[in-house]
Design a binder for this molecule. Structure first.
Ligand SMILES: [Zn+2]
Length: 520
């Protein structure tokens, strides 16, 4: 019995070396072109690659090259894996090690809307090019760490033949970034955005209009640093446009135009690309317009995604600089309790004029293309209401539900170690409403009448959320009660709120702003 064990061990060692040698041949084999196709390609672009097929494809692909690591960042409500693919020259799996390389981390995500599948297919083929040593895409790994979440809503993808925009619980996850209620989305925000801390993020969807092949949009919320959105608008988008044009693909801003003006997509912070901007990521939305056939959308999308990676490689130093300086500026503004926070905004016409294309009449099977020149564009951020940025916000013990939401966003919170009497501001409200907002029946909205300035006692154990932290822009959006998405709106304070306000009483909201001085 004792004699047999070494033989068994020897056997295992032999098998181990055999596996290793085969593995080495793959991982060192320069120029090996993986002979692997997606279901989409095999079906001549008629069928999409199913979730299990996608998982198998990624598993096989990851055996070709140790520079590709396949892990999962969580599980969906229905128990499907949420895949994360990491590409690096160093074969990294650990986000801390990735950041230590000093290379920008580029995130590509797709299919958060389960029925928007085109860029999910583009990204699968992009990954095949990334694993192929000495290919143009693979060489970009000299400069970049690339992380990919190709299938962010597999429950929605698999829900029916066409797929569902929403998740298994009927919620649009691209409206859940601030509420963070949905399990798949929460894991994406926590395990990807706040753990890998990418510098640049592309979020892939299907939308936009004829005759464009790809539509795009950078962050458009007033709370996002102008340096970040400016870099995205003036450097990244023109580069993508140029690369697409070289292949005769047309691209323009998401979303639509008519004969007199063009208008862009929404500015709410609950949308991915705006949330990304608030947490200091250069964020860009990709929308592949559905008028294209599957093959055309897949191909133009692939050109667009490659353009982002090429741009990131060429401009890696600028990407690092602009994201680093944005974080520093956010911290400084909070530490000094400086400036204002835009709590309400709208779009107005910018001073710039644009030329663009729209669809006209259908002639036979073809639609006419109308060129609109020198037209207005409604993309200027107009602040409607601002509030002073405090050093920080205070909540008393008992508001753990609110604190839990802030923690889910990786916001730093401290607890008072003793009782404090503090001069603070709070809002007096004159109206409160419980109404439906996207998929939620009872979101809370308040109308502020004025600011109450009082000396308030904060007992030991009260919570202090300072704005002088890297997530300071997110802190102000979540703690100011008049923004589009905040702790009040998303029902974390319901127990402490009146069901309605009658005209005679004044109600002071239990969110306190420290404006006089920083807490030591
Ligand atoms: Zn979408």
């Amino acid at each position: 019995m004792f004699e047999k064990k070494p033989n068994l061990a020897l056997g295992f060692i032999l098998i181990y070396f055999l596996v290793l040698t085969v593995g080495m041949r793959n991982s060192n084999g320069a120029g090996i072109k993986p002979n692997l196709k997606t279901t989409h390609e095999k079906s001549n672009f008629k069928k999409y690659t199913g979730h299990i097929e996608l998982e198998n494809y990624l598993k096989k692909l990851s055996t070709f090259n140790h520079q590709m690591k396949l892990v999962t960042y969580g599980k969906t409500y229905q128990g499907r894996n949420l895949p994360l693919v990491i590409f690096s020259k160093e074969g990294i799996r650990d986000p801390k090690i990735a950041r230590k390389t000093g290379k920008p981390i580029i995130l590509i995500g797709a299919n958060i809307h389960g029925d928007e599948r085109t860029l999910r297919e583009s990204v699968l083929v992009l990954m095949r090019e990334l694993v192929q040593k000495d290919s143009h895409m693979n060489r970009l790994l000299d400069d970049l760490i690339i992380i990919i979440t190709p299938s962010m809503n597999p429950d929605g993808f698999e829900a029916s033949q066409k797929g569902s925009r929403k998740n298994a619980l009927g919620v649009d996850m691209n409206r859940d970034y601030m509420k963070l209620e949905q399990v798949s989305l929460f894991q994406f925000v926590k395990n990807i955005l706040h753990t890998w801390k990418p510098h640049l993020w592309v979020d892939g969807h299907n939308g936009g209009r004829f005759p464009y092949h790809l539509s795009y949009l950078c962050s458009t919320n007033a709370g996002v640093s102008k340096a970040l959105s400016g870099f995205c608008n003036t450097k990244l988008l023109p580069f993508i446009t140029k690369k697409l044009k070289q292949k005769e693909y047309k691209s323009f801003y998401y979303q639509r135009g008519n004969k007199s003006f063009w208008s862009i997509g929404g500015h709410k912070t609950r949308i991915g690309r705006n949330y990304g901007g608030l947490i200091n990521i250069i964020s860009v939305l990709f929308e592949s317009p559905n008028w294209q056939n599957k093959e055309l959308g897949f191909k133009s999308g692939l050109v667009g995604l490659k353009a982002v990676l090429e741009f990131s490689s060429i401009n890696k130093d600028q990407i690092l600089r602009v994201t680093r300086s944005t974080k520093k500026r956010v911290v400084k503004l909070g530490k000094n309790g400086e400036g204002n926070v835009v709590v309400k905004m709208k779009y107005g016409f910018s001073d710039k004029r644009v030329s663009y294309l729209i669809g006209g009449k259908k002639v036979g099977s073809k639609r006419e293309i109308i060129k609109v020149e020198n037209a207005k564009i409604k993309n200027k951020i107009i602040p409607l209401k601002t509030r002073p940025r405090p050093f920080g916000y205070l909540l008393k013990p008992g508001f753990e539900k609110s604190i839990d939401l802030l923690k889910r966003h990786s916001i730093k919170i401290s607890k008072l170690k003793r009782d404090h009497y503090l001069n603070v501001d709070s809002y007096i409200i004159k109206d409160i409403e419980y109404k439906k907002v996207y998929d939620h029946k009872k979101a809370v909205s308040v109308t502020v009448e004025g600011v109450s300035q009082d000396k308030v006692m904060f007992p030991k154990g009260s919570y202090y959320i300072k704005t002088g932290q890297e997530l300071g822009a997110l802190v102000t959006q979540l703690l100011e009660p008049e923004t589009s998405d905040n702790i009040l709106k998303w029902n974390t304070m319901d127990f402490a709120l009146p069901s309605k306000i009658n005209g005679y009483e004044k109600f002071v909201l239990p969110i306190y702003k420290l404006t006089g001085q920083e807490l030591d």
